[in-house]
Ligand binder design. Structure first.
Ligand code: HEM
Length: 245
């Protein structure tokens, strides 16, 4: 069951990403000027944005899958560097596109904020792993990918509003530029934090026979030496909140 969930995490966003690429992005990867439509005056920025965005969109699920399955050796690291570079390039172009748009300032601020959140979540995920904070890295990486996926959600939201015949086209685009990333981020955060609230507490027998408590000032962490049920030594670190054998 868990294995199936893992595979869904890899396949569903990849399939949706490929659909988005085929339906919305591919037409702009051309040298034909008329194909760029409203993006003609800023087509170089769009070109960089789409190429980099696509790299991030397709690498993301593979990275989450590798991370969840603890396959974090060389491939995960190489793809991780590629993902960060792609977000850097795609985000820089997105700042430009957000400032130079045809649909007004509220739409522009929606995308400007989304770009800021895209870069900040990715930067925090990177800093966390450089500092070996695995749990924080995992959480920030999930947030980063939810935002990467935001442009796909943007197109879906805008199509739903259009089908429902709500407001004008500019109103639909403007609402979608905010809803597309704030709602998925809120849902993700509720699930991540909610799981912690409902997580089973550490069983009391595991805490029996505390041997030593040491404060490591340089690491800023409280370490608790213990033994597992078979008597093998274990260390509990406050930072990770887990026992390590
Ligand atoms: C995650 C953060 C992202 C932000 C903030 C962002 C922002 C933007 C902005 C501001 C525009 C111009 C909108 C306009 O003026 O009409 C744009 C266009 C576009 N972006 Fe992104 N983008 C992001 C991610 C992506 C990703 C991952 C892809 C995947 C390839 C992508 C593909 C496109 C495409 C194809 C267009 C032009 C066509 C269209 O409007 O559908 N974007 N983006």
């Amino acid at each position: 069951m868990r294995q199936r969930g893992n595979i869904a995490i890899l396949c569903a966003p990849t399939a949706l990403g490929l659909w988005f690429f085929y339906d919305f992005a591919l037409r702009y990867l051309t040298s034909e000027p008329h194909q760029f439509g409203i993006y003609q005056p800023r087509h170089q920025w769009l070109y960089v944005h789409i190429l980099a965005g696509m790299v991030a969109l397709l690498i993301g699920p593979a990275q989450l899958w590798l991370g969840m399955n603890k396959r974090t050796a060389i491939l995960h690291r190489i793809l991780g560097v590629l993902y960060v570079v792609a977000v850097g390039a795609g985000g820089t172009a997105a700042f430009y596109l957000a400032v130079h748009n045809d649909f007004g300032w509220v739409f522009g601020i929606g995308f400007f904020s989304m770009t800021t959140v895209w870069i900040v979540t990715t930067a925090l995920a990177t800093i966390a792993i450089l500092m070996r904070r695995v749990e924080q890295h995992r959480e920030w990486m999930i947030r980063s990918y939810v935002v990467t996926f935001g442009f796909v959600t943007f197109r879906v939201t805008e199509s739903v509003l259009d089908l429902a015949n709500v407001g004008t086209m500019v109103e639909q685009l403007t609402a979608a530029s905010w809803l597309a990333w704030t709602v998925p981020l809120f849902i993700t955060e509720s699930i991540m934090q909610g799981r912690k609230i409902f997580k089973k507490p550490v069983p009391v027998p595991m805490l029996r026979e505390a041997r030593t408590y040491t404060l490591q000032p340089e690491a800023g962490d409280l370490t608790h030496q213990n033994a597992d049920s078979r008597g093998a030594p274990q260390t509990f670190t406050a930072r990770s909140g887990q026992f390590h054998s």
